[in-house]
Design a protein around this ligand. Structure first.
Ligand code: NI
Length: 202
């Protein structure tokens, strides 16, 4: 082979590789864009827990395995974010008709000191008749929050008589095999969640 031919083969190969890389890049971009909302796969998400529901019954993760779930971590004394997100959950459930019956909505407190069984009982009833409130000991809450990648911390505000809580705010949509199917953030409206539910459940 002469040098010219080698050069041409080299250039053709490089061009083909660049094109293949570009196509791969575009495909990855498309996939990550679509994945952002409905097919989130988080490594090492969830795990075993023992908590107490708002009726005073001891429950574990096994009580909810095999079910579609909506899961939100927050606290009943939260002035704005938690009630807004729980209302969003209710709105989405109301928007999907009968599919809502296949979903177990869970609200887990990150403020077990104040969120006793009785407090939780009164609170969940104001959002959805099937919303389950879960509380526990400080250790139990710490464990479940860690498993579900939730940050929380007590904040003492000198301007207020009561402390408040700083915490992550995500509505998790989880399938019966414990896969995270969607994360609804504060900026997303109920329609985003309703769409994720409609897409996932027949
Ligand atoms: Ni809150």
């Amino acid at each position: 082979m002469d040098d010219k031919r080698l050069k041409r083969i080299f250039l053709v190969t490089i061009s083909a590789l660049c094109l293949a890389a570009l196509i791969a890049f575009i495909q990855v971009r498309i996939e990550t864009t679509n994945a952002a909302r409905t097919d989130v796969v988080a490594e090492d998400f969830g795990g075993p827990f023992t908590l107490t529901d708002h009726t005073g019954k001891k429950v574990t993760e096994k009580d909810y395995n095999g079910q579609w779930r909506l899961m939100y971590f927050g606290f009943t004394f939260c002035p704005a974010i938690c009630p807004t997100e729980l209302a969003k959950m209710t709105k989405a459930l109301n928007a999907v008709g009968d599919k809502a019956n296949k979903i177990t909505p869970l609200f887990i407190t990150i403020d077990p000191e104040r969120d006793t069984v009785d407090v939780m009982k009164g609170y969940v009833a104001s959002f959805h008749p099937r919303l389950i409130g879960l509380t526990g000991t400080a250790e139990q809450i710490k464990k479940v929050a860690k498993e579900y990648k939730i940050y929380y911390a007590k904040v003492d505000d000198p301007a207020m008589t009561e402390y408040t809580m700083d915490h992550s705010s995500f509505i998790y949509f989880i399938d019966p095999d414990n896969n995270l199917r969607a994360i609804i953030r504060a900026g997303d409206d109920a329609g985003v969640l309703a769409e994720a539910i409609n897409k996932a459940i027949d």
